[in-house]
Design a protein around this ligand. Sequence first.
Ligand SMILES: NC(=O)c1ccc[n+]([C@@H]2O[C@H](COP(=O)([O-])OP(=O)(O)OC[C@H]3O[C@@H](n4cnc5c(N)ncnc54)[C@H](O)[C@@H]3O)[C@@H](O)[C@H]2O)c1
Length: 279
Amino acid sequence: MADPVADLAGAIVIVAGAGGGGIGTCSCQAALAAGAEVVAVERSPEELDKLDLLSRPVVKVQADLTDPEAPAGVVRAALNAHDRIDGLINVAGGTGIDDFGPLVDIDHRGWDRVMANNLRYVAFLNRAVARAMIDAGTGGAMVNVSSVSSLASQPFLAAYGAAKAGLNSLTRTMAVEWGGHGIRVNAIAPGTITTPRAGDHESPEAAKRAIPLGRRGQPGEIAAAAAFLLSPQASYITGQVLAVDGGMSVKLAMLGDDNAPVFVADPEVRARMMGSESP
Ligand SMILES: NC(=O)c1ccc[n+]([C@@H]2O[C@H](COP(=O)([O-])OP(=O)(O)OC[C@H]3O[C@@H](n4cnc5c(N)ncnc54)[C@H](O)[C@@H]3O)[C@@H](O)[C@H]2O)c1
Protein backbone atom coordinates (compact mmCIF):
# COMPACT_ATOMS: atom_id res chain seq x y z
CA MET A 1 0.00 0.00 0.00
CA ALA A 2 1.25 3.53 -0.76
CA ASP A 3 2.40 5.67 2.15
CA PRO A 4 -0.03 8.41 3.20
CA VAL A 5 0.91 11.85 1.85
CA ALA A 6 1.89 13.06 5.33
CA ASP A 7 2.22 10.71 8.27
CA LEU A 8 2.96 12.62 11.46
CA ALA A 9 1.75 9.93 13.88
CA GLY A 10 2.98 10.78 17.38
CA ALA A 11 5.04 13.79 16.23
CA ILE A 12 5.09 16.88 18.44
CA VAL A 13 4.52 19.91 16.20
CA ILE A 14 4.57 23.58 17.19
CA VAL A 15 2.39 25.89 15.06
CA ALA A 16 3.41 29.53 15.56
CA GLY A 17 0.55 31.88 14.66
CA ALA A 18 -2.07 29.17 15.09
CA GLY A 19 -5.25 31.25 15.22
CA GLY A 20 -7.05 33.44 12.75
CA GLY A 21 -9.00 30.73 10.94
CA GLY A 22 -6.55 30.88 8.00
CA ILE A 23 -3.22 29.22 7.25
CA GLY A 24 -2.31 28.84 10.95
CA THR A 25 -5.53 27.18 12.03
CA CYS A 26 -5.56 24.95 8.93
CA SER A 27 -1.94 23.97 9.71
CA CYS A 28 -3.06 22.84 13.18
CA GLN A 29 -5.88 20.86 11.58
CA ALA A 30 -3.60 19.27 8.99
CA ALA A 31 -1.02 18.29 11.61
CA LEU A 32 -3.72 16.80 13.87
CA ALA A 33 -5.24 14.92 10.94
CA ALA A 34 -1.81 13.47 10.12
CA GLY A 35 -1.55 12.17 13.69
CA ALA A 36 0.57 14.86 15.38
CA GLU A 37 0.18 16.44 18.82
CA VAL A 38 0.07 20.22 18.37
CA VAL A 39 1.47 23.04 20.49
CA ALA A 40 -0.37 26.15 19.29
CA VAL A 41 1.26 29.55 19.78
CA GLU A 42 -0.90 32.62 19.33
CA ARG A 43 -0.84 36.28 20.36
CA SER A 44 -4.61 36.77 20.57
CA PRO A 45 -6.38 35.14 23.55
CA GLU A 46 -9.68 35.13 21.62
CA GLU A 47 -8.07 33.26 18.71
CA LEU A 48 -6.44 30.85 21.14
CA ASP A 49 -9.87 30.07 22.67
CA LYS A 50 -11.28 29.23 19.23
CA LEU A 51 -8.70 26.42 18.90
CA ASP A 52 -10.87 24.43 21.36
CA LEU A 53 -13.01 23.69 18.29
CA LEU A 54 -10.23 21.71 16.57
CA SER A 55 -10.67 17.94 16.15
CA ARG A 56 -8.41 17.15 19.14
CA PRO A 57 -7.08 19.20 22.08
CA VAL A 58 -3.87 21.19 21.55
CA VAL A 59 -1.42 22.68 24.05
CA LYS A 60 -2.12 26.42 23.96
CA VAL A 61 0.63 29.01 24.48
CA GLN A 62 -0.24 32.68 24.50
CA ALA A 63 2.74 34.74 23.33
CA ASP A 64 3.67 37.60 21.05
CA LEU A 65 6.39 35.96 18.97
CA THR A 66 8.18 39.30 18.47
CA ASP A 67 8.88 39.40 22.22
CA PRO A 68 12.55 38.39 22.72
CA GLU A 69 11.48 36.15 25.64
CA ALA A 70 8.90 34.28 23.55
CA PRO A 71 11.10 31.59 21.90
CA ALA A 72 12.40 30.26 25.23
CA GLY A 73 8.85 30.28 26.65
CA VAL A 74 7.45 28.39 23.66
CA VAL A 75 10.15 25.69 23.83
CA ARG A 76 9.68 25.37 27.61
CA ALA A 77 5.91 24.94 27.22
CA ALA A 78 6.34 22.32 24.48
CA LEU A 79 8.93 20.32 26.45
CA ASN A 80 6.88 20.52 29.66
CA ALA A 81 3.88 19.08 27.84
CA HIS A 82 5.60 16.51 25.62
CA ASP A 83 9.35 16.08 26.43
CA ARG A 84 10.26 16.44 22.75
CA ILE A 85 9.77 18.67 19.69
CA ASP A 86 9.69 17.12 16.21
CA GLY A 87 8.32 19.88 14.03
CA LEU A 88 7.67 23.60 13.76
CA ILE A 89 5.49 25.55 11.33
CA ASN A 90 5.98 29.33 11.41
CA VAL A 91 2.80 30.94 10.11
CA ALA A 92 2.69 34.24 12.02
CA GLY A 93 3.49 37.16 9.77
CA GLY A 94 1.86 39.31 7.16
CA THR A 95 1.17 43.03 7.01
CA GLY A 96 -1.42 45.58 8.08
CA ILE A 97 -2.94 48.45 6.14
CA ASP A 98 -0.28 50.86 7.54
CA ASP A 99 2.46 48.84 5.86
CA PHE A 100 1.34 49.74 2.33
CA GLY A 101 2.93 52.75 0.63
CA PRO A 102 5.65 53.95 -1.73
CA LEU A 103 9.19 53.03 -0.79
CA VAL A 104 10.23 56.71 -0.85
CA ASP A 105 7.89 57.32 2.13
CA ILE A 106 8.91 54.33 4.24
CA ASP A 107 9.62 55.01 7.93
CA HIS A 108 11.88 53.20 10.40
CA ARG A 109 9.13 52.10 12.73
CA GLY A 110 7.07 50.46 9.99
CA TRP A 111 10.15 48.76 8.55
CA ASP A 112 11.18 47.37 11.96
CA ARG A 113 7.64 46.15 12.74
CA VAL A 114 7.40 44.19 9.49
CA MET A 115 10.89 42.72 9.90
CA ALA A 116 10.21 41.70 13.51
CA ASN A 117 6.93 39.97 12.66
CA ASN A 118 8.04 38.22 9.45
CA LEU A 119 11.76 37.56 9.79
CA ARG A 120 13.35 38.25 13.18
CA TYR A 121 11.12 36.02 15.29
CA VAL A 122 11.68 33.10 12.92
CA ALA A 123 15.46 33.34 13.37
CA PHE A 124 15.14 33.20 17.14
CA LEU A 125 12.27 30.72 17.47
CA ASN A 126 13.89 28.29 15.03
CA ARG A 127 17.19 28.68 16.83
CA ALA A 128 15.56 27.81 20.18
CA VAL A 129 13.74 24.81 18.69
CA ALA A 130 16.90 23.63 16.87
CA ARG A 131 18.82 23.78 20.16
CA ALA A 132 16.20 21.51 21.78
CA MET A 133 16.31 19.10 18.82
CA ILE A 134 20.13 19.03 18.84
CA ASP A 135 20.22 18.41 22.61
CA ALA A 136 17.71 15.56 22.22
CA GLY A 137 19.60 14.15 19.23
CA THR A 138 16.30 13.37 17.52
CA GLY A 139 16.45 15.64 14.45
CA GLY A 140 13.26 17.27 13.23
CA ALA A 141 11.74 19.46 10.55
CA MET A 142 10.68 23.09 10.20
CA VAL A 143 8.53 24.96 7.69
CA ASN A 144 8.62 28.75 7.34
CA VAL A 145 5.64 30.38 5.64
CA SER A 146 7.07 32.91 3.19
CA SER A 147 5.21 34.49 0.25
CA VAL A 148 5.36 34.84 -3.52
CA SER A 149 6.28 38.44 -2.63
CA SER A 150 9.75 37.06 -1.87
CA LEU A 151 10.29 35.69 -5.36
CA ALA A 152 10.23 38.79 -7.56
CA SER A 153 9.38 42.36 -6.50
CA GLN A 154 6.77 43.72 -4.10
CA PRO A 155 6.10 47.35 -4.99
CA PHE A 156 4.32 49.40 -2.29
CA LEU A 157 5.02 46.69 0.28
CA ALA A 158 8.82 46.73 0.12
CA ALA A 159 9.57 45.77 3.71
CA TYR A 160 7.30 42.72 3.49
CA GLY A 161 8.91 41.52 0.25
CA ALA A 162 12.38 42.03 1.72
CA ALA A 163 11.46 40.27 4.98
CA LYS A 164 10.06 37.24 3.17
CA ALA A 165 13.07 37.13 0.80
CA GLY A 166 15.24 37.21 3.94
CA LEU A 167 13.17 34.34 5.30
CA ASN A 168 13.99 32.28 2.20
CA SER A 169 17.69 32.96 2.72
CA LEU A 170 17.43 32.09 6.41
CA THR A 171 15.68 28.85 5.46
CA ARG A 172 18.58 27.83 3.21
CA THR A 173 21.20 28.75 5.80
CA MET A 174 19.41 26.84 8.57
CA ALA A 175 19.07 23.82 6.27
CA VAL A 176 22.82 23.78 5.71
CA GLU A 177 23.90 24.54 9.29
CA TRP A 178 21.51 22.04 10.88
CA GLY A 179 21.41 19.32 8.20
CA GLY A 180 24.14 17.37 10.03
CA HIS A 181 21.83 17.17 13.06
CA GLY A 182 19.03 15.64 10.98
CA ILE A 183 17.01 18.87 10.99
CA ARG A 184 15.29 19.76 7.71
CA VAL A 185 14.17 23.34 7.06
CA ASN A 186 11.97 24.39 4.13
CA ALA A 187 9.77 27.34 3.21
CA ILE A 188 6.43 27.64 1.47
CA ALA A 189 5.66 30.68 -0.68
CA PRO A 190 1.87 31.00 -0.82
CA GLY A 191 0.23 32.94 -3.63
CA THR A 192 -3.01 34.75 -2.97
CA ILE A 193 -4.93 32.77 -0.36
CA THR A 194 -8.43 33.46 0.91
CA THR A 195 -8.20 33.77 4.71
CA PRO A 196 -10.26 35.77 7.20
CA ARG A 197 -7.38 38.27 7.47
CA ALA A 198 -6.41 38.57 3.82
CA GLY A 199 -10.04 38.47 2.66
CA ASP A 200 -11.02 37.87 -0.91
CA HIS A 201 -10.28 41.19 -2.57
CA GLU A 202 -9.53 40.31 -6.17
CA SER A 203 -12.41 39.71 -8.54
CA PRO A 204 -12.66 36.15 -9.92
CA GLU A 205 -11.88 37.66 -13.36
CA ALA A 206 -8.61 39.18 -12.08
CA ALA A 207 -7.66 35.86 -10.48
CA LYS A 208 -8.31 34.10 -13.80
CA ARG A 209 -5.94 36.49 -15.57
CA ALA A 210 -3.11 36.45 -13.02
CA ILE A 211 -3.16 32.84 -11.83
CA PRO A 212 -2.69 29.96 -14.30
CA LEU A 213 -5.01 27.73 -12.27
CA GLY A 214 -7.57 30.53 -12.47
CA ARG A 215 -8.49 30.95 -8.80
CA ARG A 216 -7.27 32.06 -5.39
CA GLY A 217 -5.89 29.38 -3.07
CA GLN A 218 -7.43 28.00 0.09
CA PRO A 219 -5.54 27.92 3.42
CA GLY A 220 -5.91 24.13 3.54
CA GLU A 221 -3.80 23.90 0.38
CA ILE A 222 -0.91 25.63 2.18
CA ALA A 223 -1.43 23.53 5.31
CA ALA A 224 -1.33 20.29 3.30
CA ALA A 225 2.05 21.30 1.85
CA ALA A 226 3.34 22.20 5.32
CA ALA A 227 2.27 18.84 6.77
CA PHE A 228 3.95 17.04 3.85
CA LEU A 229 7.21 18.97 4.28
CA LEU A 230 7.29 18.13 8.00
CA SER A 231 6.60 14.46 7.43
CA PRO A 232 8.99 11.55 6.75
CA GLN A 233 7.55 11.48 3.21
CA ALA A 234 9.70 14.61 2.60
CA SER A 235 12.77 13.07 4.25
CA TYR A 236 15.21 14.15 1.49
CA ILE A 237 13.87 17.67 0.97
CA THR A 238 15.62 20.55 2.73
CA GLY A 239 16.54 24.18 2.05
CA GLN A 240 13.77 24.59 -0.55
CA VAL A 241 11.22 27.32 -1.13
CA LEU A 242 8.06 25.69 -2.50
CA ALA A 243 5.67 28.07 -4.25
CA VAL A 244 2.07 27.00 -3.60
CA ASP A 245 0.44 29.61 -5.75
CA GLY A 246 -1.59 28.12 -8.59
CA GLY A 247 1.34 28.90 -10.89
CA MET A 248 1.23 32.68 -10.27
CA SER A 249 4.99 33.00 -9.76
CA VAL A 250 5.84 31.34 -13.07
CA LYS A 251 3.53 33.55 -15.11
CA LEU A 252 5.81 36.42 -16.18
CA ALA A 253 4.51 39.97 -16.16
CA MET A 254 5.21 40.13 -19.92
CA LEU A 255 2.45 37.57 -20.53
CA GLY A 256 -0.99 38.96 -21.27
CA ASP A 257 -4.43 37.62 -20.38
CA ASP A 258 -4.15 35.15 -23.26
CA ASN A 259 -0.69 34.05 -22.02
CA ALA A 260 1.00 35.42 -25.18
CA PRO A 261 3.84 37.97 -24.68
CA VAL A 262 2.25 41.45 -24.67
CA PHE A 263 4.93 42.84 -27.00
CA VAL A 264 4.10 40.43 -29.82
CA ALA A 265 1.94 42.64 -32.04
CA ASP A 266 2.14 40.82 -35.38
CA PRO A 267 -1.37 39.32 -35.91
CA GLU A 268 0.02 36.36 -37.86
CA VAL A 269 2.46 35.45 -35.09
CA ARG A 270 -0.29 35.86 -32.48
CA ALA A 271 -2.63 33.67 -34.52
CA ARG A 272 0.07 30.98 -34.75
CA MET A 273 0.67 31.17 -30.98
CA MET A 274 -2.99 30.77 -30.19
CA GLY A 275 -3.47 27.93 -32.67
CA SER A 276 -6.91 26.40 -32.27
CA GLU A 277 -7.58 28.73 -29.30
CA SER A 278 -7.44 31.79 -31.56
CA PRO A 279 -10.82 33.57 -31.95
N1 LIG B 1 -3.22 35.01 3.04
C1 LIG B 1 -2.44 35.21 1.99
O1 LIG B 1 -2.89 35.53 0.86
C2 LIG B 1 -0.95 35.03 2.13
C3 LIG B 1 -0.16 35.08 0.98
C4 LIG B 1 1.21 34.91 1.11
C5 LIG B 1 1.77 34.69 2.36
N2 LIG B 1 0.98 34.65 3.46
C6 LIG B 1 1.61 34.43 4.77
O2 LIG B 1 0.90 33.43 5.45
C7 LIG B 1 0.97 33.67 6.84
C8 LIG B 1 -0.42 33.58 7.45
O3 LIG B 1 -1.36 34.27 6.74
P1 LIG B 1 -2.89 34.29 7.25
O4 LIG B 1 -3.59 35.26 6.38
O5 LIG B 1 -3.43 32.92 7.40
O6 LIG B 1 -2.59 34.89 8.70
P2 LIG B 1 -3.25 35.49 9.95
O7 LIG B 1 -3.03 36.95 9.97
O8 LIG B 1 -4.61 34.94 10.12
O9 LIG B 1 -2.21 34.94 11.01
C9 LIG B 1 -2.37 33.75 11.69
C10 LIG B 1 -2.31 34.04 13.17
O10 LIG B 1 -1.01 34.50 13.55
C11 LIG B 1 -1.16 35.34 14.66
N3 LIG B 1 0.02 36.19 14.81
C12 LIG B 1 0.43 37.15 13.96
N4 LIG B 1 1.55 37.74 14.46
C13 LIG B 1 1.81 37.12 15.65
C14 LIG B 1 2.81 37.29 16.64
N5 LIG B 1 3.75 38.23 16.53
N6 LIG B 1 2.79 36.47 17.71
C15 LIG B 1 1.84 35.52 17.85
N7 LIG B 1 0.86 35.34 16.96
C16 LIG B 1 0.84 36.13 15.87
C17 LIG B 1 -2.42 36.14 14.34
O11 LIG B 1 -3.01 36.65 15.55
C18 LIG B 1 -3.30 35.12 13.64
O12 LIG B 1 -4.24 34.54 14.52
C19 LIG B 1 1.70 34.99 7.03
O13 LIG B 1 3.05 34.73 7.34
C20 LIG B 1 1.57 35.65 5.66
O14 LIG B 1 2.63 36.54 5.40
C21 LIG B 1 -0.37 34.81 3.39
